[in-house]
Design a protein around this ligand. Structure first.
Ligand code: NDP
Length: 477
């Protein structure tokens, strides 16, 4: 038993994580259901570090020094349970199983509970950064016990991405499913970021009349400012790409139906359960859904729209600046909503998640990495109990400065018939939160009218009901 860590499940992610551990000086036992993949990994990359090839589950477990650290990188769902079932009987109390797959946090909570009874630490760890990140440094969001993090953390810190200030993009998120919960919300925010960028693109194209290549340049400029992020950077690359077969912009030859694997949907489902308004993330999930309804779209194509109002070059340039403001403001809102969901999940499950630490470990390695996350971290550093990112002075000032342009962009989008559900949902959230009075008072009146659901008053304590079917006097409920 000589390996400090083992990786089972050697598709793209597991294979690259195993290489990352080996490149960082750890001896790595490798295992895969189909053993040929483990063999191939050692044959191909054996010179990168110390690998221990193992064929059977027994050999794999025997190769690991105690307490054993066993990383599972298999297809999420059923396969994860199958692998746990295979390995758990071979392990001893104190050993750790780390699930790096995209598990649902509720499954992670169940698995952690079941394995805890055997004395085995189960660590649900969200891993972001795709194939490239797994190899060169992902952002890692581990849950599980503090004890398991003590044994595992230093290794994860070594292989994780590093932020610009050199700090590792991993930290103990909290017990049981906390890590996978945070990874889920990370993906939800990723959906929202992508949708907002897509809306900015479409507005620049259809309202301002810019070509994909010109928009790529605009995004490159934005990427040198406060929107500096991986997603803006790759958006410019995608927009500048020309299809070799047709000579057309690549973005014009790709079918406009966005697919999804489910983590965005989970983020919204859980937010509904927790009562957290994540309207920006929800619109992003719905926008992908709308794009996929090709029959519905075909049947609706003849519906009336507004006449085009082309902009002059000067107007287009001014509009592009406004879109930057709208994008930035909407982005602040989607992170506000995502962090609210994490705070609510943390309270619900007793995880005690440090929101500043979450922002900190998203600064590098992961898909939503951005200069912006430094700001979020600073906001929570300044005030750990910040009730909302919008309550941070700096963000409040910036979003306030952006609001006129944000509104102007939505006016233009509406006039020209370009859908911008992400921008619109974000602005509606902002306006709802700052409103002195909401029409929820009227909603309460309606509920009391048809269902005697009662209401509270602004001027007295207690619950009240109006006798709507009678003399309309008020009674205390
Ligand atoms: P896949 O999700 O495609 O999973 C393939 C691996 O799972 C193979 O090693 C396969 O073994 C193994 N496997 C499948 N079923 C079983 C089973 N019943 N018993 C044992 N092993 C099984 O691989 P990826 O590398 O793409 O992803 C791994 C995990 O990481 C997934 O949970 C994914 O959601 C997550 N993830 C992926 C990212 C990505 O960018 N791809 C990013 C972040 C997380 P065999 O070779 O024998 O078929």
């Amino acid at each position: 038993s000589s390996a400090q860590i083992g990786v089972t499940g050697l598709a793209v992610m597991g294979r690259n994580l195993a290489r990352n551990f080996a490149r960082n000086g750890f001896t790595v036992a490798v295992h895969n259901r189909t053993a040929a993949k483990a063999r191939a990994l050692v044959d191909e990359f054996g010179d990168e570090g110390d690998f221990v090839y193992t064929e059977t589950a027994k050999e794999f477990v025997a190769a690991l020094e105690r307490p054993r650290r066993l990383v599972v990188m298999v297809k999420a769902g059923e396969p994860t349970d199958a692998v746990i079932k295979e390995f758990a009987p071979l392990l001893e109390p104190g050993d750790m199983i780390v699930d790096g797959g995209n598990a649902h946090f509720a499954d992670t909570r169940r698995r952690e509970r079941e394995l805890r009874e055997l004395g085995i630490h189960f660590v649900g760890a969200g891993v972001s950064g795709g194939e490239e990140g797994a190899l060169n440094g992902p952002s890692i969001m581990p849950g599980g016990s503090a004890e398991s993090y003590a044994a595992l953390g230093p290794m994860l810190e070594k292989i994780s991405a590093k932020a610009a200030d050199g700090s590792p993009c991993t930290a103990h998120i909290g017990p049981d499913g906390a890590g996978h919960f945070v990874k889920m919300v990370h993906n939800g925010i990723e959906y929202a970021d992508m949708q907002l960028i897509a809306e900015a693109y479409q507005l620049l194209r259809e309202v301002a009349g810019y070509s994909p290549a010109e928009i790529a340049d605009i995004f490159r400029t934005w990427n040198r400012g406060r929107l500096d992020s991986y997603l803006i950077e790759i958006t410019a690359e995608v927009l500048a790409h020309v299809d070799a077969a047709t000579g057309k912009p690549f973005v014009d030859v790709v079918a406009d139906r966005a697919e999804q694997k489910g983590t965005g949907r989970w983020t919204v489902q859980i937010a509904l359960d927790l009562g957290v308004p994540v309207s920006g993330i929800a619109e992003a999930v719905f926008a992908r859904s709308v794009s996929g309804h090709t029959d519905l779209r075909a049947a609706s194509r003849g519906l009336a729209g507004p006449a085009a109002e082309p902009l002059s070059d000067k107007e287009a340039a001014a509009f592009a600046d406004r879109v930057e403001q709208a994008l930035y403001a909407s982005k602040i809102v989607s992170y506000t909503q995502g962090f609210h969901e994490i705070a609510a999940g943390s309270a619900e499950y007793g995880w005690d998640i440090d929101l500043g630490a979450v922002a900190s470990i998203w600064r590098g390695g992961c898909i939503i990495r951005a200069a912006f996350l430094d700001r979020i971290r600073a906001a929570y550093d300044a005030r750990a109990d910040l009730p909302s990112l919008l309550a941070d002075e700096g963000f409040a000032r910036e979003i306030g400065a952006a609001q006129d342009d944000w509104r102007a962009v939505l006016v233009a989008a509406t006039r020209q018939g370009v859908p911008a559900p992400g921008f619109a949902a974000a602005l509606a959230y902002y306006d709802a939160l700052r409103a002195e009075r909401l029409p929820a008072a009227l909603t309460q009146g309606q509920r009391d009218y048809f269902g005697a659901h009662t209401y509270r008053r602004t001027d007295r304590e207690g619950s009240f009901h109006t006798l709507w079917g009678g003399d309309r006097s008020e009674v205390e409920a």
